[in-house]
Structures are given as structure tokens and as C-alpha cells.
Design a protein around this ligand. Structure first.
Ligand code: GDP
Length: 381
């Protein structure tokens, strides 16, 4: 229909003498069609949760990747499907060894992951490489788990590499990674690597979702214990001194002795495991089998003494509490009324009209009351 036909009026035809109806003025559409299109596009390719799960259990990497994208999305509809997928995958998860790998940038993490990862897949293992990268939120791009850095593994059909989810707080990113572990395990990946940079908080998050924590270090960087925090060294189940090649071999051997002496002084681990120090060259692929043997020994020891399961149970409850903490925090600080009240109370605190603790108590009381009222409304409707 042409525009002219669309707006023509039969009253203006010759049979209706004396009548004249003017053309109307086209009105803008009441809904913004662009945003509707965007919404439909976003959701058009969504499948029912069961379809993703079926694909994941078949080991279909495309569907696994799509499901992980839903896990990482903050869109409510996506989250709803993601949670359903996770629930259905949960009974098929858990059968893997989860290894955290950390070290300062440049220590050789991605080269090492290529070396150890290929070693694992050559032995028939299936490996998923995930990452937690706290810097990715700022830089809007992940520096870890980047496919281009791991060319050998990214062409390996038994390996799956997923860069760090880039949006949200460390807690949020960590939760998404933990949920991704479940999906990868359900897809048959029996080895999970979680990579992170050795700069601070993210290690604790990685440590709390892995069975074994491997710290990569360099030799001969001045004071041997510089660069990495003592707390991170204490978490390590194994320290591997990388780049033990060429004329660096001697220095690496020396560093090995120094680190051995250092970790000897740390408190004993609940796992009953005594962390060791080894040297390796990720580039030359030397010392890799020895590192894998250590991980295997650790697994055997901790499965036998029950620590493996105890720790996984501890982690499961830890993440339940972490998620509660994170959601309460977001809900409280995201509440518009509370936001205003916080400003009010801040100035009262600053003017010494109320103590910090009493102010916090009042704000929490208001929050709890608001929650009660909204629950009441839900029940009465
Ligand atoms: P990441 O930042 O910790 O992931 O480190 P990369 O794996 O990107 O490695 C940083 C640099 O160190 C690269 O130029 C690597 O080629 C080099 N590198 C990594 N492992 C070794 C090694 O075992 N020996 C030597 N000589 N160089 C290495």
C-alpha cells in the first residue's frame, strides 16, 4: 500500500459531494520499535534449558559456549535459563580435578598452561581453561584465557578455553566462573584450570573453587620472596619455578632451595599435604610431567584421607554464603530509598548526632521493614 492509499479517505470520492475529509497526520508508534527489535533479537535464539543441557551432556562445545554466555549475562531472562541449566547439569558435575594457576604477569602462565594442558590431553584427558581476571572490568577486555595466547590448546578438540567474564565485581565474576565449572564438568571436561594473575584478592576466589593451587614463580628477581604476597605462597600446594632453561637453570635451582626453606616455615596444611617446589621450563616443556605427578599424588592422598570431599563441601557452603553476601549487598545499596537515607545518615554521623553503629543499625532496620512490607504486599495480592 502506498502512503497516499494508506491515508486516502473514501468520503473524498466523487459520490460524496460536499464532504471533505483532510488527511490525518501520521502519529509516531507508541512503542520504540528499535528497542523491541533489540529485545527480540537478544532473545530470539534462546532455546529451552533442556536443549542446552542435552547438548552439554553430549559434549557439544557450541551449545556449552552459548550456555556459558547465558551464565555470564546480566539479562534477567538469560539468568533464568542459565540457572535452570545449572540445576540440570549439577548432578553430572564434580567429576574433575580443579587446578588454580597463578603468578605475576610475564611469569609464563599461558605458556605453562599450553605445556601442561597438552600433556594432559595427550594422555586422553579433557581440559577446560577458565580465568578470573580482576583487571578485565577496567580494561573492558580479558587479558587471561585469551585464545590467541594458547594456539596449540585452542586447536585441540579436547580443550576448551574460555576468557574471563568481564563484567561485574570480583564476587560476581567468581560466581560466574564457578557456575561455568559445573557446565564444563557436565560436558565431560575432567580437568579444569582456573587462571588468575598473582596480584591480590582474585587468588582467594580461585583458591576457594579449586582442589589444587599452583603458584608459578621466577628465579633471580632480586629478593626471592618479593612480588608475591606471603598469603598467596601459603595457599600454594606447589610452587613451580618457571623459565628454568638456558643460563637460568642454576638460578632456578638456587631459588628452589630458597623457596623450600621458606615454605617449610609455613603452618601445616589441613590436607596433610606438604607443598613442594619444582622447576620447569614451559617453553622447553621440561619438568611438566614431574609437576603433573605431584598433582596426581596430591589427588590420591587427599581422596584417600577424605580431604578432597571435605574441601569441596566446605567450598560449596562457602559459595552459598558468598552469594548471599553479594546479593544482600547489591539489594541494600541498590535500593533507591536506602540510598537517600544513607546520605542523610552520613551527615548525621559526620555531625556527631548519631554513632556509626547506631546509624548502621537504623538503616538495616529500615531495610528489613521495607522488605517485610513488600513481602506482605506480595502475599495479599
Ligand atoms: P603470562 O603473562 O604469565 O601468561 O606469561 P606468558 O606465558 O605470556 O609468557 C611471558 C613471556 O615469557 C613470553 O615471552 C614467553 O615466551 C616467555 N616464557 C614463558 N615460559 C617460558 C619459559 O619456560 N622459558 C623462557 N625462557 N621463557 C618463557
Amino acid at each position: 500500500m502506498t502512503k497516499k492509499e494508506k491515508y486516502s479517505h473514501f468520503e473524498n470520492e466523487s459520490g460524496f459531494q460536499g464532504l471533505k475529509v483532510n488527511d490525518g497526520i501520521a502519529q509516531p508508534e507508541s512503542v520504540n520499535s528499535e528497542s523491541v527489535k533489540r529485545f527480540l533479537n537478544k532473545n530470539r535464539n534462546l532455546l529451552p534449558a533442556g536443549d542446552y543441557v542435552e547438548g552439554i551432556l553430549r559434549g557439544d562445545i557450541t551449545l556449552l559456549s552459548k550456555a556459558v554466555t547465558l551464565v555470564e549475562s546480566s539479562n534477567l531472562k538469560h539468568q533464568e535459563i542459565a540457572q535452570e541449566i545449572i540445576k540440570l547439569c549439577l548432578p553430572h558435575s564434580g567429576k574433575s580435578v580443579r587446578i588454580g594457576i597463578t603468578g605475576v604477569p610475564g611469569v609464563g602462565k599461558s605458556t605453562f598452561i599450553e605445556a601442561l594442558g597438552s600433556y594432559i590431553t595427550q594422555q586422553g584427558g579433557k581440559l577446560a581453561v577458565l580465568a578470573i581476571d580482576p583487571s578485565s572490568e577496567r580494561s573492558k577486555g580479558s587479558i587471561l584465557g585469551d585464545k590467541t595466547r594458547m594456539e596449540e590448546l585452542s586447536g585441540d578438540k579436547n580443550a576448551y578455553i574460555r576468557p574471563s567474564p568481564s563484567a561485574g565485581s570480583l564476587g560476581g565474576v567468581a560466581r560466574k566462573t564457578r557456575e561455568t565449572i559445573i557446565l564444563c564438568e557436565a560436558a565431560g571436561f575432567n580437568h579444569i584450570f582456573i587462571e588468575t594473575v598473582g596480584v591480590g584478592q582474585s587468588e582467594t576466589a580461585v583458591h576457594s573453587m579449586t582442589d589444587f593451587f599452583l603458584l608459578l614463580m621466577l628465579a633471580g628477581a632480586g629478593d626471592e620472596l618479593q612480588g608475591i604476597k606471603r598469603g598467596i605462597m601459603e595457599m600454594a600446594d606447589l610452587i613451580a619455578i618457571n623459565k628454568a632453561d638456558g643460563n637460568n637453570i642454576e638460578k632456578a635451582q638456587l631459588a628452589k632451595i630458597q623457596y623450600k626453606n621458606a615454605i617449610h616455615l609455613f603452618p601445616r596444611k589441613d590436607s596433610g599435604w606438604e607443598p613442594g617446589v619444582l622447576t620447569c621450563s614451559a617453553v622447553r616443556k621440561s619438568g611438566i610431567a614431574e609437576i603433573w605427578n605431584e598433582i596426581e599424588k596430591y589427588r590420591q592422598l587427599t581422596v584417600a584421607n577424605g580431604w578432597f570431599d571435605t574441601r569441596r563441601n566446605q567450598q560449596a557452603t562457602y559459595w552459598m554464603h558468598e552469594t548471599i553476601r553479594e546479593q544482600l549487598y547489591r539489594d541494600f545499596y541498590g535500593n533507591q530509598i536506602i540510598k537517600h537515607k544513607i546520605e542523610e545518615f552520613e551527615s548525621l554521623v559526620l555531625n556527631n548526632q548519631i554513632s556509626s553503629f547506631a546509624a548502621a543499625g537504623k538503616l538495616l532496620e529500615m531495610y528489613a521493614e521495607m522488605k517485610l512490607i513488600s513481602e506482605d504486599r506480595k502475599i495479599n495480592h
